[in-house]
Structures are given as C-alpha cells and as structure tokens.
Design a protein around this ligand. Sequence first.
Ligand SMILES: C[S@@+](CC[C@H](N)C(=O)[O-])C[C@H]1O[C@@H](n2cnc3c(N)ncnc32)[C@H](O)[C@@H]1O
Length: 254
Amino acid sequence: MWNEVLARVGDRRRRHPILYLAGPADIDRDIAMQKGVLGQNLIAIDKYPANVEAIRRRGYPSIRGRIEDVLRAWPDDWPVSAVLLDYCSGLEPTVLVALEAMLFRRPFSGTEVVINLQRGRDASTNSHRARVGQVLLSRDKNPKHRGLIVAYSLMEMLCNLRLANGDLPDASTALRRVECLYRSLNWRTFEYRSETRQTYDSLVLTVPPEITATSAWSCVGPVKLRNEIRALRAVRTRRLNETPSMFALSQASR
Ligand SMILES: C[S@@+](CC[C@H](N)C(=O)[O-])C[C@H]1O[C@@H](n2cnc3c(N)ncnc32)[C@H](O)[C@@H]1O
C-alpha cells in the first residue's frame, strides 16, 4: 500500500506531513522511513496512550486522540499529503465520520487517503451495507467489499449534501453531478486474505480539490486537541530546522 500512496504523493511528502493510525508495533513508520519518508513528517495517531507514548520516546511526533477528532481539529493552514487509516475493525460509522472530516476541509485538498478494513466486526452498519450492497450488485460489483461500500457511501453523502444545500434542483441532477465527482476521487480498491482466513479490504482515494475548494468547513475539533497539534507543529518545525544535516545524512544513506 505504501508504494501506491508514495507514488501518488510524489514530492509533496517532503513538505507536508503524512498522518497514520499507529498501533502497538508502529510497523508502518518503519516501512515508510525505509522508503525515504522523513521521521518528522510521519505523524502517528492512536486512541491508546501507551502506543502514543512509545512513539514519543523514540523522538517522533504522535497525537493521542480519536482520528476523526484529530482530522476535525487539524489546522486550516497545514496541508496534509496523505492519511493512512489501517483500522483494526470493519466499517464502523466512525470511518465515515473521519472521511467526511477530510472531504470538506482545505488542509485535505488533494490528500491521498488509504482505508484498510476487516470484513466482519461491523454489525453496527449491517443495514447500511445491505442497502449499498444491493446497488453494488446491480452494477456487477462485490457487495461485501468494504472499500467499495465506503466509496459509494461517499458519493451518497455528497449527493445529499448538495441537495440539502439547495445547490441542485432535484435528486437525479444531483446524482449525475455527483457521479462525476465520484470518478474524480481517483479511487482504487484492493482485497487480500490473511493466513487466518480474515479478509481485508482497502480503498485508496484522492480528496478532490473541487470539493474542498467550495467548502467553508473550518477547524472545529476539541480545543485540547487543537492546542496539542499546535504544540506538536512547533516542536516538529524546530527539529527539522535544528538538525538539517542529520536529516540530509539519513536521506543520503538510503
Ligand atoms: C491495526 S492497528 C495499526 C497498525 C499499524 N498500521 C502498524 O503498522 O503497526 C490500528 C490502531 O489504530 C487505533 N485506532 C483504531 N481506531 C481508532 C480511532 N478511531 N482513532 C484513533 N485510533 C484508532 C487502534 O488503537 C490501533 O492501535
């Protein structure tokens, strides 16, 4: 997945951070750094304090909180190049809340997003998935693929928003317009089965700038998180400025 994301992100990764769900072993950081991403440009997020503290002890940026809150609290003037959401669950409603927080905010304009979900462990969305699954079946698509369900749900979300805002006259016009945006999500799905026969579904997409450009949503997340992100930004900038030679060296040796 990193290869796909880094190819899409290109040079942006040098300027703008990548946010990701950390986990206890923080394997993604090691992979990304081996592929040339600066440690200070990888910002780990996790709801468990122990995971966050372990990363801080290694001198890397990390934030304790729920990802959907962090995305809502992210500063309006700090663009993000990619967000990797490797969940240890299925399609819970909070996954869609996290996506919504990115679709309508400027720092995520053009951001590459990866969502990794397990099939099962998501009884809370059974009826939603059953309904969207019917639509996918009618389009000859796998009705169980969590990534496809997420992509289609985003399209519905956009459609409803446009209608509610009175931007478009009726549902069929809205659907036609949103179908165009849906294609501009530039999405791709992946699927794999683990040795324990668990199926993992992934979706990679680009947040379309044409949505964020017309959106007025600004930073609204919890104040405590906003302050924490501001402090982290200051420390990260200082570290990047103080030790340029160290980073240059680590890059040169890759
Ligand atoms: C599967 S692990 C990520 C593993 C990681 N990709 C790695 O390379 O090691 C998922 C992590 O995300 C955290 N997590 C799950 N949902 C979250 C949420 N909504 N907000 C913040 N953290 C969350 C979990 O606590 C867990 O540590």
